[in-house]
Design a protein around this ligand. Sequence first.
Ligand code: HEC
Length: 138
Amino acid sequence: MRRGFAPLVALALAVAAAPEAPAAEKATPQAAAGALLPRDSVEAAAFRGSLVYANYCVTCHGMNADGNGRAARLYTPRPANLRASDKNDAYASLIIRKGGAALGRSEFMPTWEAELTDEQIRDLVSYLRTINVHKAAN
Ligand code: HEC
């Protein structure tokens, strides 16, 4: 009877001895990428920005940032297609901070400076840069 357990014991020892898979391998590829990037890299900033975007901007600008969020049809003019935006980073940062009305644009583009930190706004601009058809190549 005792001998019958031996393979099981060996297996248990082998499993216990096997190195733990790194946590990153278990997470989604996207989360893993974010976790493994140096904090001050452009890629990490864009990754963090994508998370801020998903929380605050998707409803209007859409999952794909093409201006087709669930609430988009409520607004005229419609939320901008951020993939096709021809505005530079400084302008994007300004309209995110101050809102549309402050720049003579739609009042329905909210002001975010009370809600988001400076870093979150910088990260958003980095993210928008990576998805922009005009800027991505730069
Ligand atoms: C309540 C709806 C709404 C939400 C939420 C919203 N926006 Fe907007 N946004 C707009 C509208 C509407 C415009 C278009 C303004 C216009 O054309 O006058 C706009 C315009 C912009 C523009 C200008 C783009 C260009 O090419 O001129 C940027 C950049 C922008 N939004 C970024 C963001 C970001 C980043 C967030 C999240 C932090 C966000 N918006 C959340 C409605 C929204």
